[in-house]
Structure formats: structure tokens, C-alpha cells
Design a protein around this ligand. Structure first.
Ligand code: 5AD
Ligand code: SF4
Length: 436
């Protein structure tokens, strides 16, 4: 009988992909199959995130709960960024944990799983040429890591400490992986990395130079692949050649994440982001000019140490200027191993909370206006998930979530859809036939 694996994935898309790697490895080498019932599992893995403080605190209470609920003899493993960050301390604080596997060490899963109290958290480890078996949460959409780690030193961010230095995966391996996923049914690929458009600075093996723009060009020649998405690019590496490729390549989805973090040039400098408000607005204006149908999303942190009301107003100003379709906004959370955590100018958490509410409230108004204007519009939608009550969902080229009446025969199809009803989070529509 096969052993059962229960895996919980927190955090970002990189973690989701790492979980897929873990599942594939454990299935091939250790004959595990997935279960969604914790009590049934022989192995429980929590793939953690440490980007903010809350999920880290939650981890230890969760280990306690899982330990009570698990069947006798079942193992618990902690993987991901908190594993990298806390290492052996996790087992000290929670002896119920059997092994700790860092975010850069996922390829070692089958080694640690059978070793009591194994801790593999080296960030100097290089797994960029490691060949994982194919496992896709949704075979219609393949997530593919193009680089691991991060070479930036944003003063608020723990990721360079958890995922190590940036290294790119050789393009030939990426093309092979994407071709394989297309052969298995994927029409869409999501390229993943901390700073995808910094791709190609350093490879682990010899390789002809290839930057992100060139990689996009190569990937778009793959037959059967219809859509390319990527996350996250960094505003600093949005050169004209990259933005022009984004705008003109029909396979590249017209949705782009441009993480702002703060609208104040003074704060951006303290965050060590490498750009000013003006540079940022210039890049967004260029996107709007050469690709008017593109949607722009962003990340914003409020209450970074030293942020004054005037600094926060600058962030609001950028929100008004760009009118981001999607906003991921966070209250600054001091993280260990980061410079900003040492700053003596920490902002009162209530003040930060008020700013976050203001930012989100204004963004909600903008979003409502954007979505209401969608009524009657036509989008091409890739149907990728069946929903209850004879409904099916998918994403438009520019990333909007659609619900349409329909069943299996639509799954995996890319079709024109007319918007019949709008709401803040999603659009309802009907499939139409386009007249020539
Ligand atoms: N506090 C709050 N938000 C953070 N992020 C990264 N580090 C922190 C922190 N210390 C946010 C950034 C990043 C997103 C993934 O998480 O906005 O883009
Ligand atoms: Fe992803 Fe960053 Fe969280 Fe790690 S810390 S899981 S890289 S969001």
C-alpha cells in the first residue's frame, strides 16, 4: 500500500512550485500519494513562508495541532522559508518535528524524509540543474522556476537570507521542462523567480548568454504553448527591450506585476530599492503607452521605519497615477536578519494600520470603477477549473477571473467571452462566437 502525504503550502507561487517538486520526488522515490485528510497521512509537511511575522508565529501552534491530530507514527516535516530561517531551532522548540528542509534544498526531500531530525537548510546549495519529476497541481497551467534566490538587498526583506543568492536555471532545461508540460496538456506557463527579469546573470553550468527578454522569445517558439505569464519582475530591470517584448509578443499575457513597495523616493532609498518615484512612474507610463490593454498590479508596504504622513501621501499619489488593477498591501513587519528591523524609527503599528486602511479603501474604489467599466467587454479566457453548479472558471489574457456557465467540454479551451455581470473580485460572462 502506498504511503500518504499531506502537504500544506503557505506563501508565494515559488512555494507552490516547491511543493510540487516535493510531491513529485516523494511519489517517485518513496511511493507517496497525496491526501487532503490530515488524519490519514503518514507524512505531514508544512511548506512555510517567513516574509512577515504572522505566519511564523502560526507555524508553532499549527505543529501542536497537527501533532495531536496525526495518526500514530506519522512524521511531521517543516519545509520552506521558515525552515531556512530557523533551522534546527524548529526541532528544539517543537520536538514533534522530524525534519527541517530549507527553501533552497527541496531536491533533498527524499534524503531527509528517512532521517530522524535531519536539518538541510544550506543557502549555498545549488539545485539549478536538478531534474524533478513532473507533477502539476493543475496540468493545464505549468509553473516553472527560472531562477532561485535573490541578489537584491532590500532592507525589509528576509528572502535573500532564506533563499540565498540568485542563480538562473539553464535555458535549455527550461525549454525541455516547458515542452514536457505542454505535451501533458498545459497551454499556459507561469515563469517564477524572485526577480524574473534579472534572469541570466549567473548560471550553474556553461551556457550561451541569455537574458529574460531572450528567454521569453525562445519560450514563445514552443508549439502548443499559447500563454506565457511571469512573476515577479523588478521595476529596476524593466528596460525598453523587455517592455517592448512584453507588449508585442502575442503569447505573453498582458498582465504585469510592478512592485512599488513605497511611493516616496526618500523611503525607497531607505528600502534600497534602486529606483525613485519618477523612475517607477516612467516605467508604468511606458507600459500604458505601448500596451494600453495591459493590467498592472503591485505590492505596497505601509509603515516602513521612518515613513511620515508626507511619505505615505506619495504612495497614495502613485496609486492615483497608475490605478493598479490589483494591489497586495502589507503593514511593515520587522524581520530578523534584515537591516530595517534595526532602525530606531519604527512606525507605531496603529498609525501603520490607519494608513493601510486608507490605501486599501481608495484602491477598492478604483477597482470598482475598473471592473464596472468591463460590462459588455470581450476577453479571451483560458478555462482551467471546474466549479460547482455547472460553472467553470478561467483567466482572461490580462489576468481577470471569469466565471461562465459550462462544463468539462470547455476545460482547457481559450475562447472569447463577453462580460455580462461585474463584481469587484470576478466577472461573469458568456462564451461568444466572433464574427470575422
Ligand atoms: N513586511 C511587510 N511586507 C513585506 N514584504 C516583504 N517583506 C516584508 C516585510 N518585512 C512584502 C513585499 C513583497 C511581498 C512579497 O511581501 O511587498 O513584495
Ligand atoms: Fe515566498 Fe518570500 Fe514567503 Fe519565501 S518568504 S515563501 S520567497 S513570499
Amino acid at each position: 500500500m502506498s504511503k500518504k502525504l499531506f502537504i500544506e503550502t503557505l506563501g508565494c507561487a515559488m512555494n507552490m512550485r516547491d511543493s510540487e517538486h516535493i510531491i513529485a520526488e516523494l511519489s517517485r522515490k518513496e511511493s507517496y500519494t497525496l491526501t487532503t485528510t490530515l488524519e490519514e497521512a503518514d507524512l505531514i509537511i508544512i511548506n512555510t513562508c517567513s516574509v512577515r511575522e504572522k505566519p511564523v508565529a502560526k507555524l508553532f501552534s499549527e505543529i501542536g495541532v497537527f501533532n495531536k491530530r496525526k495518526k500514530a507514527g506519522a512524521k511531521i516535516g517543516v519545509a520552506g522559508c521558515t525552515a531556512s530561517h530557523l533551522g534546527a531551532e524548529i526541532i528544539k522548540r517543537a520536538p514533534a518535528v522530524d525534519f527541517v528542509l530549507g527553501a533552497r534544498n527541496v531536491s533533498k526531500i527524499s534524503e531527509v524524509v528517512n532521517q530522524k531530525h535531519a536539518v538541510e537548510v544550506s543557502t549555498a546549495f545549488d539545485e539549478t540543474t536538478y531534474s524533478f519529476e513532473e507533477y502539476r497541481t493543475n496540468p493545464l497551467k505549468a509553473m516553472v522556476n527560472i531562477s532561485i534566490g535573490c541578489n537584491k538587498s532590500c532592507t525589509f526583506c528576509i528572502v535573500p537570507a532564506t533563499r540565498g543568492e540568485e542563480i538562473s536555471i539553464p535555458s535549455e532545461l527550461l525549454l525541455q521542462e516547458i515542452r514536457k508540460s505542454v505535451a501533458n496538456g498545459a497551454k499556459e506557463v507561469m515563469l517564477l523567480g524572485q526577480n524574473v527579469n534579472d534572469y541570466g546573470k549567473r548560471f550553474s553550468t556553461e551556457q550561451t548568454p541569455c537574458n529574460f527578454t531572450q528567454l521569453l522569445q525562445q519560450i514563445s517558439t514552443i508549439e502548443g504553448l499559447e500563454r506565457i505569464r511571469f512573476t515577479s519582475p523588478h521595476p529596476l530591470h524593466m528596460d525598453d527591450a523587455f517592455l517592448e517584448e512584453f507588449a508585442s509578443n502575442p503569447k505573453i499575457c498582458k498582465q504585469i506585476h510592478v512592485p512599488l513597495q513605497s511611493g516616496s523616493t526618500r523611503i525607497l532609498k531607505q528600502m534600497r530599492r534602486g529606483y525613485t518615484q519618477e523612475n517607477f512612474l516612467n516605467r508604468c507610463a511606458k507600459i500604458r503607452r505601448i500596451c494600453p490593454k495591459a493590467t498592472i498590479s503591485t505590492d505596497i508596504i505601509v509603515g516602513f521605519p521612518g515613513e511620515s504622513e508626507e511619505d505615505f501621501d506619495e504612495t497614495m499619489k502613485v496609486l492615483e497615477a497608475v490605478r493598479f488593477e490589483q494591489l497586495f498591501s502589507f503593514k511593515y513587519s520587522p524581520r530578523p536578519h534584515t537591516e530595517a528591523a534595526q532602525y530606531t524609527t519604527q512606525v507605531d503599528t496603529k498609525v501603520a494600520g490607519t494608513r493601510l486602511t486608507r490605501l486599501q479603501a481608495r484602491h477598492t474604489e478604483i477597482l470598482d470603477e475598473i471592473m464596472e467599466a468591463q460590462l459588455g467587454e470581450i476577453h479571451t479566457v483560458y478555462f482551467d477549473e471546474l466549479k460547482p453548479n455547472n460553472r467553470i472558471s478561467g483567466r482572461s489574457d490580462d489576468g481577470k477571473l471569469f466565471f461562465v456557465e459550462g462544463s468539462e467540454e470547455l476545460l482547457g479551451q481559450i475562447l472569447p467571452v463577453k462580460v455580462t455581470k461585474t463584481s469587484r473580485g470576478a466577472l461573469n460572462g458568456v462564451v461568444i462566437t466572433l464574427e470575422d
